[in-house]
Design a protein around this ligand. Structure first.
Ligand code: FE
Length: 330
């Protein structure tokens, strides 16, 4: 499919003098979350963007299988764990860019420049505003306490968001501390682990459980559609390391055919105007501190984010998976 598109575009471009080659993005962000922004990029730069959308791990396997023949110029995916995997497997090329280094803080990009965060998300506590007060909440670890017995909902441990959360908790708390916390969470579950974060928030709204851990943009989407839904976000660990943040990010493919266009998009998308628009579309926070936060997110309040090196999410992913398995988190 994508090959046909690229070939057709190539033929069309061949007819026009100086027409730039299209930029091919393998994207784990779905079309509606990113297309309007890419259309603006095209309007401003004349660079056409072709998207191939799938889940991050699927795109990474595809790039690995395609090798030098890949059409991918840029890999855009969610979660530092996925970006780390792609870099480790040699699929992303290092990039030196003063603009990117100025706009993306060091802990939100790869030290070798193989990937850069483009938006930030926080994995935090969602709670029932009918059965829980914020005063009853404090840290991730406190959700392992006996007062939460039979009151927690969690998404499955097969999901990379939970793997990255636990991997970075191992980095912060040590393996034994993280394991004791995870065992406590599993002990406190009200239901079997759920398939996704939206279901988790809905289970809390519906009264099946009282609190859970989700990426905040799922709650933002629910609240944008239904402002009176009886759930709210709480930012844990404010007196400690801070709330776990992760990112959506991108890196230039090692075998990119159009690396100049890929670089142009990375630099453009981290500039403040594009950052504000991206936040409106995906309901995530900007990586560029100069960009405004979307009003729906601003209503959630500000918080201290954990600035642990997000490469830990990749480095400790296998340890996290084994830990969750031992603790019986399905
Ligand atoms: Fe997500």
């Amino acid at each position: 499919m994508i090959r046909t598109l690229v070939v057709v575009a190539g033929l069309l471009c061949g007819l026009a003098a100086n027409a730039a080659d299209p930029l091919v993005v393998y994207s784990a962000q779905k079309e509606p979350s990113i297309r309007p922004l890419l259309d603006r990029f095209t309007a401003e730069t004349g660079i056409e963007v072709r998207l191939l959308v799938d889940q991050g791990p699927v795109l990474i396997e595809r790039m690995a299988a395609e090798g030098p023949a890949t059409r991918a110029d840029l890999l855009l995916t969610v979660d530092a764990g996925n970006l780390w995997q792609a870099a480790e497997r040699g699929l992303l090329a290092p990039l030196e860019s003063a603009a990117l280094e100025a706009r993306v803080p060091a802990h939100l990009r790869d030290a070798q420049g193989r990937w850069f965060g483009i938006s930030r998300r926080a994995r935090a506590i969602v709670y029932s505003t009918e059965r829980v007060t914020p005063a009853q909440l404090s840290t991730y670890a406190a959700l392992a306490g006996p007062e939460w017995k039979g009151r927690l909902c969690l998404r499955t441990s097969k999901n990379v968001y939970n793997q990255s959360l636990v991997a970075t908790r191992i980095a912060r708390m040590g393996e034994a501390g993280a394991e004791a916390m995870v065992r406590g969470w599993v002990d406190n579950l009200a239901t079997l682990p759920l398939a996704d974060d939206t279901l988790t928030a809905q289970a809390i709204a519906g009264g099946e459980c009282d609190a859970g851990i989700v990426n905040m943009y799922y709650v933002a989407r629910l609240k944008r559609a239904q402002p009176d839904l009886p759930v709210a976000m709480f930012w844990p660990d404010q007196d400690g390391a801070g709330t776990h943040q992760n990112l959506c990010g991108a890196g230039i493919a090692t075998h990119a055919k159009n690396p100049a266009a890929a670089r142009a998009l990375l630099e453009w998308i981290t500039d403040a105007p594009a950052q504000r628009e991206l936040g409106r579309l995906n309901l995530e926070y900007p990586v560029n501190a100069a960009a405004e936060v979307d009003p729906v997110l601003a209503a959630f309040g500000t918080f201290k984010a954990d600035d642990v090196d997000l490469a830990e999410a990749g480095r400790r992913q296998a340890d996290a998976v084994r830990l969750m398995d031992r603790a019986g988190w399905r």
